[in-house]
Design a protein around this ligand. Structure first.
Ligand SMILES: *[C@@H]1O[C@H](CO)[C@@H](O)[C@H](O)[C@H]1NC(C)=O
Ligand SMILES: *[C@@H]1O[C@H](CO)[C@@H](O)[C@H](O)[C@H]1NC(C)=O
Length: 254
């Protein structure tokens, strides 16, 4: 009896210890977009995270390296810590749905956090290393709108993940390549429409003028032959009268 009770409590104790270690790996921190008031917090291929300051400083060794895992949101459930960060290179993101980047020692996220410091991490800001297989840690542009989720990992010099943050909320990027062009497009379309409208109105004005001219020409031709006097008379009776008078006068003089 004694031995059995001892064995059961041993198993329980081991179980609790294992659970405690697992729970201890997770630090209670959720990565999030910067709280800084700034333009371009999210663009078509980048987003600005708040640096994880005062998060790992007290719980990891100063030599440990903090990495950022970028995940395609829907793949997060299948994430397993890699043996080495190089197993999840930026260049294979399309295949793995995860990559690891922005590695830096914990000392670069100093504590306490000074309030006047701009503590931003721009994810997706490097363009030179996009196809460079020697730069698996490339912080290359994000290939689409996502949504993405990120988490920080603290990895010690033996490559063991000693601490990890929670996953961020999903972050969705702006659609389209260049946000400036999205604004510029409707403007250009409006000018195009204006040009078309102007051309159309000029053309229709010309058409109307041509029709009027043709009408007048035709009408005057028809009237000229048998009733030219009447036509002139209708237009300006005084002149007609004067002319007739003159004619009469001339005739009478003759
Ligand atoms: C980040 O990781 C890359 C690739 O493993 C390495 O070459 C680079 O030295 C590391 N940088 C820092 C600051 O740890
Ligand atoms: C890294 O962490 C593991 C697990 O905590 C530990 O066994 C190992 O000794 C650590 N390596 C170093 C260099 O501290």
């Amino acid at each position: 009896m004694m031995m059995e009770a001892l064995a059961v409590s041993m198993v329980l104790l081991i179980g609790i210890t294992i659970n405690a270690t697992r729970a201890g790996d997770l630090v209670d921190y959720t990565p999030h977009l910067t709280s800084e008031e700034m333009e371009g917090k999210i663009t078509a291929s980048t987003f600005a995270l708040q640096q994880p300051r005062c998060v790992f400083n007290k719980v990891v060794d100063p030599a440990d390296v903090i990495w950022l895992v970028v995940a395609l949101s829907e793949a997060v459930k299948s994430f397993k810590n890699p043996k080495t960060p190089g197993d999840l290179p930026y260049q294979s993101f399309a295949k793995n749905y995860f990559y690891m980047t922005l590695n830096t020692t914990v000392s670069n996220y100093p504590c306490p956090e000074k309030s006047d410091d701009i503590a931003i991490l721009r994810v997706g800001s490097e363009t030179e290393c996009v196809v460079d297989l020697w730069r698996p840690d490339c912080n290359g542009p994000l290939p689409g709108p996502g949504p993405y989720r990120v988490r920080f990992l603290a990895i010690n010099s033996t490559g063991v993940v000693v601490k990890e943050s929670k996953w961020s909320d999903p972050i969705t990027l702006i659609r389209g390549r260049n946000p400036d062009r999205i604004v510029a497009k409707p403007r250009r379309r409006r000018t195009e429409t204006n040009v078309i409208i102007t051309i159309l109105s000029i053309l229709s004005a010309i058409l109307v003028a041509a029709l009027i001219a043709a009408f007048i020409y035709k009408y005057s031709n028809i009237c000229d032959k048998p009733m030219s006097a009447d036509f002139v008379g209708i237009q300006d009776p005084t002149i007609v009268r004067y002319t007739t008078h003159q004619m009469h006068d001339r005739l009478s003089i003759k």
